[in-house]
Design a protein around this ligand. Structure first.
Ligand SMILES: Nc1ncnc2c1ncn2[C@@H]1O[C@H](COP(=O)(O)OP(=O)(O)O)[C@@H](O)[C@H]1O
Ligand SMILES: O=C(O)C1=C[C@@H](OP(=O)(O)O)[C@@H](O)[C@H](O)C1
Ligand SMILES: [Mg+2]
Length: 185
């Protein structure tokens, strides 16, 4: 991370349904940081939902859009950034964002992920659509295990969003005590 950095970013990664978007919003409020969700940025730029982007343009077009958004964000500070579940597994994306702040990987069991995404009607995950979403989750988790394992992890399955936010705040403040303030201080 650059020495000149005044307000380091917090970047959230992890599998679909681990809570990046939910936790990111709350954390940004606590720190009075701006909140960015890369999926929302992509939807705005593409003028269609993630589901439609996958259907109409394909996954590889979506991955290019993710990298384009990373180029935009990499120059910013003071952001809590909820990334799409695979964005930080791309080495170029990870290199560009990691140097802007601290990366945390949210983790949950396959069962908990299944429960959460099944109930989440507002946000369709095209990669989990189809016959057997639980099998897709298990399979993709296995494929991505080593990638996520490179980041500092927080288990979320049995925790409330508030508990997770508090853990993140504590870890972030230990590292950047002098550069941040948040509402509870
Ligand atoms: N700690 C948690 N406990 C219970 N439900 C959660 C938790 N975190 C997130 N959720 C729920 O799980 C779903 C997916 O969360 P979301 O923040 O969209 O995950 P992601 O951005 O990682 O895909 C949402 O319906 C959200 O309300
Ligand atoms: O893990 C993935 O490949 C994806 C995760 C999704 O975001 P969330 O992790 O916020 O669900 C979204 O970017 C897209 O459906 C692909
Ligand atoms: Mg999300």
């Amino acid at each position: 991370m650059s020495k000149a950095m005044q307000k380091p970013n917090i970047i959230l990664t992890g599998f679909m349904g681990t809570g990046k978007t939910t936790i990111g919003k709350r954390l940004a409020k606590e720190l009075s940081y701006n909140f960015i969700d890369t999926d929302v940025m992509i939807e705005k730029r593409a003028g269609r939902t993630i589901q439609k982007i996958f259907e109409e343009l394909g996954e590889s077009a979506f991955r290019k859009m993710e990298s384009a958004v990373v180029s935009e964000i990499a120059g910013m500070q003071g952001q809590v950034i909820a990334t799409g579940g695979r964005l930080m597994l791309d080495p170029g994306n990870a290199a560009a964002l990691s140097q802007t702040g601290m990366v945390f990987c949210l983790v949950a069991t396959a069962e908990e992920i299944f429960e959460r995404v099944s109930k989440d009607n507002q946000n369709v995950r095209p990669l989990l659509a189809g016959e057997d979403p639980m099998a897709r989750i298990v399979n993709l988790l296995e494929q991505r295990k080593d990638g996520y394992g490179r980041f500092s992890q927080i288990e979320t399955s049995l925790k409330t969003p508030d508990e997770i936010v508090n853990i993140l705040l504590a870890r972030f403040q230990i590292k950047f005590r002098s550069t941040i303030a948040h509402k509870r201080q």
